[in-house]
Design a protein around this ligand. Structure first.
Ligand SMILES: C[C@H](c1ccccc1)n1cc(-c2ncnc(N)c2C#N)cn1
Length: 305
């Protein structure tokens, strides 16, 4: 994988881990009740972190996740307003959240309202996804009659997650928590999909992460929610236009521009080529278009920020 630029040093915080596109910090004073999750402007595709970063991406996705958190009626990990939460470093204030540190469940709570990606691949192999049998004849990108909960085991950091059955998730976290994760994931997805549909956007699938609050024991929604990094969003009018080919119909509001350009300019060997400036700006525009369609407002952070 491309060498990731080192996460910035932030006063009062100690960098502890970097994912492909986000960086995790803990309080420098050893307080283990909080975390700082910083969204970089990095973009990844085909398991590579690409160059250059997309200016404004981290801030826009952080704002979109926070917009969704404020509309989801369940406890979340944001420490906004917590009297003892460490200060937000000004250097990353527009693209980071101070969160309550949770005991994270090792389950990626994936909900699919359409079948594509790894779910469609598993369906093609077995006729089912995560042990859920599906009707014959489903094609890539088809909407399902009902959303399905298709959990994955959160592999050790940096490895691929593995689709599991609900029963396996119950072995991992216990039957009560497994049922609560499924119920919460399906409920949030159903409500979010409806809101998106009213704005002409299809929420095809998404991934939630939950944890347990060590002080209260309550189930808490964590990580990022319903961003175009954790979800697939399609334009409903394009999707329903039968005259278009599949890739145009499933034009997602995220990295499809990047994926299409890489598919045409990289043979998948060695490091991927740097993205041209036009691809960078068009990719930001797609992230911004989704943000405006869903929220009805312009993102606060601007690419030049
Ligand atoms: C996947 C994500 C991650 C973030 C940034 C960089 C790489 C991965 N992550 C989130 C936690 C986490 N752990 C405890 N409490 C929390 N409230 C959270 C959250 N959110 C651990 N990892």
């Amino acid at each position: 994988m491309t060498n990731i630029a080192p996460a910035p040093a932030l006063p009062g915080w100690t960098h502890t881990y970097s994912g492909k596109v986000r960086d995790l910090y803990v309080p420098a004073n050893g307080d283990d009740r909080f975390l700082l999750v910083v969204a970089s402007n990095r973009v990844s595709a085909f398991d590579h972190v690409l160059e250059p970063p997309i200016p404004g991406k981290g801030g826009l996705l952080t704002e979109l996740s926070n917009w969704w958190f404020s509309r989801i009626p369940m406890p979340n990990h944001l420490a906004t307003g917590h009297p003892e939460a460490p200060a937000m470093p000004s250097e990353v204030a527009d693209r980071a959240v101070v969160s309550r540190r949770l005991e994270m469940y090792p389950v990626e709570c994936v909900v699919r309202g359409a079948l594509t990606g790894s779910g469609f691949a598993e369906y093609q192999r077995t006729g089912a996804v995560c042990g859920i049998p599906l009707p014959e004849g489903i094609e890539d990108g088809d909407l399902l009659d009902e959303p399905i909960y298709t959990p994955a085991y959160k592999a050790p950091l940096g490895e691929h997650d593995e689709n599991i059955t609900f029963e396996r998730s119950a072995e991992l976290v216990g039957p009560e928590v497994a049922a609560a994760l499924r119920e919460a994931s399906l409920r949030i997805f159903t409500e979010a999909r409806q809101l998106a549909a009213e704005r002409g956007v299809i929420l095809a699938d998404t991934k939630f992460e939950f944890g347990r609050d060590p002080e209260t024991g309550e189930l808490v929604l964590a990580d990022e929610v319903l961003t175009s990094d954790s979800s697939r969003y399609w334009d409903a009018s394009l999707y329903l236009d039968a005259a278009l080919d599949r890739s145009a119909r499933l034009a997602s509001f995220d990295k499809q521009i990047v994926r299409n350009w890489l598919a045409a300019h990289w043979d998948r060997t060695g490091e991927p080529p740097a993205l041209p400036a036009e691809i960078v700006s068009r990719t930001y525009d797609r992230y911004r278009e989704l943000f405006v369609r869903l929220t009805g407002t312009e993102p606060s952070a601007t690419p030049g920020a």
